[in-house]
Design a protein around this ligand. Structure first.
Ligand code: ADP
Ligand code: MG
Length: 580
């Protein structure tokens, strides 16, 4: 356990390396600052013994100047330390945050499917913030106050080791207390982190599911659940506060024993005779002064442990494997012929095969439609083609090349995808259409918008294609969002088009416009369509009827109807629903 923290610390420190110079300056500032404070205290002896007791006006005359110089140097070193450390800390956290963001983006779809959005967001926002605190504030206290404690001890021993020896009895006791408290801090830190993750997750769920909550009257339930995570978070924090204040108090009590021993020793006759008032004052002042940095050091320990635990959780993510991209083959152009050969698949963590021994030929330039009950594996199959998931058994090939052998970005560049839930970004219509494309002209965007019937509604907005659509297109209707998605796919002009059709019912007007846009899009491409409305696929070259991960029937619309099997039954059902 402790070893893990040491390696976490080392690794965190490796992020400081690029900023070595500023970091060294900051360290010099911190140590210098502590040294100046210590020097100030050690000069009390000269001031009392030579100045006041010895009645030396020289020493007393130089005292005011000394004070001013000391405080100027103090200010200077403090600036070096605070600014330098702040700079290094913010840079370290920026690079960690960036790395984390990119890593999360590149994690496999399977990871994202299994992990709550809130907990990932909490890592990017809260955990990195904790690291920043540890890297700046906590480190500052650790180094500065640490150096101060050492300097104060040095002064005490320098002035009278006989008096100061008492303090050594306490070192082991303090060490035991600190190590116990440290362990406790780590445990609580981890819990706070999880509690924060829960707070974020719950909030995220409430914000994204807002309408459903209203519609189903879930306010009370959500309020109750948030109350729980919110309170749990508070409880964990209070445990931290309790441990913190208890540890500070106990260490101060321990320190008071040291102070008492010093006073006791000083009162011994032979000690008394050899002790000057200045020396006595310096030792006592040093001891009293020690209490403050000791308190800060014990206090900051919690923050430091929090930072380390956070760093650990961040590193855990950074150490996850990104989407495997071991393929090296690059195809400049593909015809779009896709073959499934004995493909089988089970989602990780389950033993049931959701796809079983699937064999299928998708001719280049043809349209293949998947139909079947929900849960029959249609979406799973469509996820194989852009390699969101890789099949556990069998081979899927594109133009005769195993998908696994293709370079991932190259593979995906041949695919345009329209998922069941149209995803749009909080940007203009035009930028949403051109999403992911680097060189694209306005004319091309406009053309795609026209073909996809986006212009029909965009032209009614004052900003036209520059209309900001809001988060995930909240300022648009479902049909309008779909049309933008179609325009996006059109502009991408990829040889393979995959569509997981949204089930939402549309008005006839939209339906006609969307069907028309889709027909334009699907011309001269390999299309893989998961259809819910059978009317959209009557003209498909091949209709594949799925059931429980297997192909039940395949053929053209008329052929399947003539077979009078599962497809015919499905068709009858929808037909009667439609006419009802
Ligand atoms: P369809 O698109 O035909 O409705 P899916 O391909 O989405 O069906 O799902 C096929 C089966 O796989 C279902 O039983 C579903 O419960 C399961 N499934 C889908 N996604 C996951 C996942 N991420 N983890 C585990 N099981 C899943
Ligand atoms: Mg589906």
């Amino acid at each position: 356990m402790a070893e893990k923290y040491t390696s976490t610390f080392k690794r965190l420190f490796s992020y400081v390396k690029p900023f070595k110079l500023v970091f060294s300056i900051a360290i010099i500032g911190m140590v210098g600052n502590a040294a100046i404070d210590a020097l100030f205290i050690s000069q009390i002896q000269t001031f009392i013994d030579e100045g006041i007791t010895g009645k030396s006006s020289d020493v007393l005359a130089y005292a005011p100047l000394f004070v001013i110089i000391v405080f100027i140097l103090r200010g200077l070193t403090n600036f070096m330390a605070t600014y330098g450390l702040g700079w290094v800390g913010s840079n370290v956290v920026m690079s960690l945050r960036q790395e984390l963001y990119e890593k999360i983006m590149n994690l496999p779809v399977s990871y994202h499917d299994q992990t709550s959005t809130g907990s990932l967001i909490s890592k990017i926002t809260y955990d990195t913030e904790q690291i920043e605190n540890a890297a700046s504030k906590a480190l500052m206290v650790l180094v500065r106050e640490g150096a101060y404690v050492i300097a104060l001890l040095g002064i005490m021993f320098y002035h009278s080791w006989q008096l100061s020896i008492a303090i050594f009895v306490l070192v082991p006791i303090v060490a035991v207390v600190v190590s116990l408290v440290t362990k406790r801090f780590r445990v609580i830190s981890k819990r706070i982190q999880q509690a924060m993750g829960n707070v974020t997750r719950q909030s995220e769920q409430m914000v994204s599911g807002h309408k459903v909550i209203l519609a189903f009257g879930g306010q009370e339930k959500e309020t109750e659940e948030f109350k729980n995570v919110n309170n749990n978070n508070r409880q964990q924090r209070m445990k931290m506060v309790a441990t913190k204040s208890l540890s500070v108090s106990s260490i101060q009590i321990i320190a008071s024993f040291a102070l008492a021993s010093v006073l006791y020793l000083a009162a011994q006759p032979d000690m008394l005779s050899s002790l000057s008032p200045g020396t006595f004052t310096v030792v006592i002042t040093s001891m009293m002064t020690l209490l403050r940095p000791l308190k800060q050091l014990t206090n900051v320990n919690s923050e430091f442990q929090r930072g380390l635990t956070a760093a650990q959780s961040v590193f855990e993510i950074l150490d996850l494997n990104a989407e495997p991209n071991n393929g090296t083959k690059v195809l400049e152009k593909v015809s779009g012929q896709i073959t499934f050969n004995n493909v089988g698949f089970a989602y990780s963590g389950t033993d049931t095969n959701v796809i079983e021994n699937l064999n299928l030929e998708i001719e280049a330039g043809s349209t293949v439609a998947f139909v079947g009950r929900s849960g029959s594996g249609k979406t799973t199959i469509s996820n194989f083609i852009p390699r969101y998931y890789s099949p556990g058994a069998g081979v899927i090939s594109l133009d005769g090349v195993d998908l696994e052998d293709l370079e991932l970005n190259n593979l995906r560049s041949h695919i345009a995808l329209m998922s069941q839930h149209v995803v749009l970004f909080n940007d203009t219509i035009a930028n949403n259409i051109a999403y992911g494309l680097k060189e694209v002209s306005r004319a091309e965007i406009e053309n795609a918008a026209k073909l996809a019937h986006v212009m029909e509604f965009a032209s009614s907005k004052a900003e036209g294609l520059d209309f900001m659509i809001g988060e995930n297109g909240s300022a648009l209707s479902g049909g309008q969002r779909q049309r933008i998605a179609i325009a996006r796919a059109l502009l991408r002009n990829a040889p393979i088009f995959i569509m997981d059709e949204a089930t939402s019912a549309l008005d006839t007007e939209s339906e006609r416009a969307i069907q028309d846009a889709l027909n334009t899009l699907m011309k001269d491409r390999t299309n893989i369509v998961i259809a819910h409305r059978l009317s959209t696929i009557e003209n498909a070259d091949k209709i594949v009827v799925m059931d429980q991960g297997r192909i039940l029937e395949q053929g053209k619309h008329a052929e399947l109807l003539a077979q009078n099997g599962a497809y015919a039954a499905l068709y009858q059902l929808q037909f009667s629903e439609g006419s009802a």
